[in-house]
Design a binder for this molecule. Sequence first.
Ligand code: ZN
Length: 464
Amino acid sequence: MTITPLGAAGGEVTGSCYDVQTDQARILVDCGLFQGTRKTEELNRSPLGHEVSHLNAVLVTHAHLDHVGRLPLLVRAGFRGPMFATPATIEIAALVLHDAAKIQSQDADRRNRHLKRAGEPPHPPLYSQEDVDATLRCFRPIPYHQPIQVAPGIQAFYREAGHMLGSASIQLLVEENAKTKTIVFSGDLGPRGTPILKDSETFTEADLVVLESTYGDRNHRPREATVDEFTHIVRSAVLEQGKIFVPTFAIGRAQGLIHMLTCLMAENSIPRFPVYLDSPMAIEASKIYTRHPELYDDDLLDYLKGRPFSSDFAEVIMTSTPDDSKRINDQPGPLLVLAGAGMCNAGRIVHHLRNSLWKPDTHVIIVGYQGYGTLGRQLVDGEKFVSIFGEKIAVKARIHTLGGFSAHAGQTDLLQWFESLARCRPRVILTHGEDRQRKALAKCIGDRHQIHPYLPLLGEPIAL
Ligand SMILES: [Zn+2]
């Protein structure tokens, strides 16, 4: 049998997709979008390396776009087989894929206006809303902790990955020539102690482990210290009647922050003041989060004591429409706005920053990774002036960068997750990490267990 990474390999972090082939079946694990530079995104147009007519099924670990974003391309190519995912993943994937199709069609319209003026043929979007609808019809819910036959000779077993609502690691039992091999895909793993979610679960058996390595070279700042720092910033901003803007990813991070804010208010660590969730996608994602109490950790269940999680979100002002969003500008401080995009490269946060960055009573709290070249990265780097919609804006606001809210496990958590698998001496391949991170994690695993992980290239078949 062979396993071929068709994304998130060769130092690439996005585009997760693994092609697993035996003599009697062929499945994919994830089929995510490449995201980043134009050159990286061009990879989305390259063929997926297989005939979909020979594909039996797709297994999805979680609903982030870099794990589900190429699924509609399979359907476009004629695939109508099952796509297995947890129920929460299916709900979130619907939101994520419809949004992706919308953004692609807007991008294509803009690009095609230029191409038309240049006398060149139009460039179609990757896929349409209809392709997304057809994709969603392929989804089949799969429970955690129950072995399910997903293709001839292949059984799958899902366990909690603690990364986002519905996220999973997957163990495959693969039968070929009367022998059974066990393959474990970590998927994206969350740090231990992530609010709302249960911690990741591990496995004890594998012949091959495919392990993510996003933060394979470092540990995050402890969460408690980060919460203390956040509390301190909010307290002083509220005292001076300031406005706080938090650029945030819509799914996962936004819900975690709201939960933290309502907890801090409930225990009087911060005063009650207006908090806005200014992102239609985050508002929809929050509704999905409130519908899955079976996925909450004990801390959240204890805190809720039987009342619904939606009561936390009821304390937040949800601004769905652009007009509601614009009205926030006229509100006096203190207030806090959670808005996308997470890296300030698009979305409503850009408008808020244009209106407020030049005011000294503004605070911007950066809680996530800011990609090179984005407005968020410029703020983190301490630029005194930035350009927004072609306008020069002075940065008088105070910019706070907090490192402890990551959705990805740091090095220690990755090693701890691998610990129980190390005993059966599996082969290990490291993916979903830049080379520096992969190499650092490979060295740790080598030093600790005398197992030497392999760092595959994109499209390199690995025989088992
Ligand atoms: Zn993810």
